[in-house]
Design a binder for this molecule. Structure first.
Ligand SMILES: [Zn+2]
Length: 292
């Protein structure tokens, strides 16, 4: 008789590397990790724990080892580089719209030391971004989808929310510390047994490619949607227009078919959940909506 297949369930002796990495901001996890790793790794985790910050608007604890001044400097440099590579739109009306809507979002955004700039770039690919420190760029290719001020406010508020929540710095911090952990593993492995070594490498591999990076970017998307919705309402744009924009965007995605998605689509995965969330948050955002 054939023996039964081994249970896929985690046994008591197996560690769950994914769960360990996901909880790195918490001291209790540090204890369980610390028992197995070398001193260099413990120091890296300690550095991580001491670099947890609170996201304004949602209260989420996040990892951030990049100082606001450094972040601002990176944003300034990045924006200057983009301006050198991409032509600025000559469309005065559209440029005025981007600056008008952008300034209204900036006025209500929780980014105190921002050096705001709003630039409309001549580029057919629908995209928009806000670099740290308030450097906002919108592609002309985004305007047919945003359609009007409220649609544009949806996009700019979402991008500004990413900057307010220091999402770029958070991702960068994760990469730096994950690299640091990798180095620690490589340098501290000499006297670890083979089995432990394999488990640790698996933890690092899963943690970097699946456990941390991908779900986290969805988390950041959700956070930017939630903060952005409040900002557009405070700036005097009907937050219900955010739902309309994302529905138009979903339609645009459908029309794209199997074509390679533009940058905005690949960084803003469209799912029903996004629109569901926005609808759920709408009543709260409406409380802050003062039409102008
Ligand atoms: Zn986003």
């Amino acid at each position: 008789m054939a023996s039964p297949l081994p249970s896929p369930k985690t046994t008591a002796t197996q560690r769950d590397p994914l769960a360990a990495l996901e909880e790195l901001c918490f001291i209790h996890t540090m204890r369980s990790v610390a028992g197995r790793l070398r001193q260099a790794l413990i120091l890296a985790v300690l550095a991580m724990a001491s670099a947890c910050a609170v996201v304004p608007g949602t209260g989420r604890m996040q990892l951030n080892i990049i100082s606001p001044a450094e972040e601002q400097r990176l944003g300034r440099q990045g924006f200057a580089a983009i301006r050198q590579q991409m032509p600025v739109s000559q469309d005065e009306n559209a440029t005025a719209m981007v600056q008008r809507v952008g300034q209204r979002i900036a006025d209500v955004a929780d980014l105190p030391k921002a050096e705001w700039e709003f630039v409309l770039f001549q580029n057919p690919e629908p995209n928009a971004f806000c670099l740290p420190g308030g450097k906002v760029g919108v592609h002309t290719g985004m305007l047919p989808i945003t359609q009007d001020d409220a649609g544009l406010a949806t996009v700019i508020a979402h991008e500004v929310a990413h900057a307010v929540a220091h999402h770029g710095a958070e991702r960068m911090s994760e990469q730096i510390l994950l690299e640091g952990i990798a180095v620690a593993l490589f340098t501290g492995l000499a006297d670890l047994d083979n089995e432990t070594r394999i488990i640790l490498f698996a933890a690092y591999g899963i943690g970097t490619t699946l456990g941390r990076v991908l779900p986290h970017s969805r988390l950041q998307e959700t956070e930017a949607d939630r903060i952005g919705l409040i900002y557009m309402a405070r700036a005097g744009y009907d937050p219900a227009e955010a739902v309309a924009f994302w529905e138009r965007f979903a339609e645009y995605k459908k029309q794209q078919g199997g074509a390679k998605p533009p940058a905005f689509l690949s960084t803003h995965p469209m799912d029903a959940q996004r629109i569901e969330n926005l609808k759920r948050w709408l009543p709260r955002a409406k409380l802050q909506y003062r039409p102008r």
